[in-house]
Design a protein around this ligand. Sequence first.
Ligand code: FES
Ligand code: FES
Length: 177
Amino acid sequence: DDTHGEIVLRVNDVTHRLLVDNRTTLLDALREGIGHTGSKKGCDRGQCGACTVLCDGRRVVSCLTLAVAAEGAEITTIEGLAGDGELRPIQREFVRLDGFQCGYCTSGQLCSAVGMLAEHAAGWPSAVTADVSPDAPAPELDAAEVRERMSGNLCRCGAYPSIVRAVLSAAREEVAG
Ligand code: FES
Ligand code: FES
């Protein structure tokens, strides 16, 4: 019928053709259409961040993104975050510094952290730093900045102190690529 159609999604460097309803979210397309269940559905309404993925390197909550709107983007999910199979620095530091307990929020935290570090490296202000004049150097990434910039990613286990430590520990290596 005319509410369904085929879309093409690029996910972790692989092209997928999917038949979706035009209201299908990117999260449901990833989990149910492609079988990538690493992105979690915590709230399905943009409040928890568990579904965070990267679209062209920018973090989005996939539960509030329509699958059709993600056509043409290079989507990266937790399944593809490591690239060549080696853990990337942010993943390694989450393991080393206990950045998770149950793990439900973790794929969202990791994708969000990668996007956030790129935003910070590009000089994007946060609410903490919004009053800094535009020609000021990018604020140093400290715990307060990480907490503010990751505030869309909730952790019901309360692993925040370890998450912040892991993000700060991996930050330099992640941005250096
Ligand atoms: Fe998307 Fe909670 S499931 S923000
Ligand atoms: Fe359990 Fe974050 S580790 S919700």
